[in-house]
Ligand binder design. Structure first.
Ligand code: SF4
Length: 75
């Protein structure tokens, strides 16, 4: 299941800038000037397990993962 994830979105209403996602996957996220996580293109180089771990690390479940059919994988 190395590359099942095809899309990542951060819900800007839910994100509280806790940055734990960045701690887990620093290549995949960055905080913008409003302290909201934005997804970096480099996420595509990461394995699904790291991406899932990063989404699971989010205290507000603000990170949404989708497969190639746009089905939500997480949360
Ligand atoms: S862990 Fe969640 S709340 Fe924290 S910066 Fe990442 S997306 Fe935002």
């Amino acid at each position: 299941m190395a590359t099942r994830i095809k899309k990542i979105e951060v819900d800007r209403e839910l994100c509280i800038g806790a940055a734990t996602c960045i701690g887990v996957a620093p290549e995949a996220y960055e905080l913008d000037e409003e302290n909201i996580a934005i997804v970096q293109e480099e996420w595509k180089e990461l394995d699904d397990d790291v991406l899932i771990a990063s989404a699971e690390s989010c205290p507000t479940n603000a990170i949404f993962l989708y497969d190639e059919n746009d089905n939500q994988i997480y949360p």
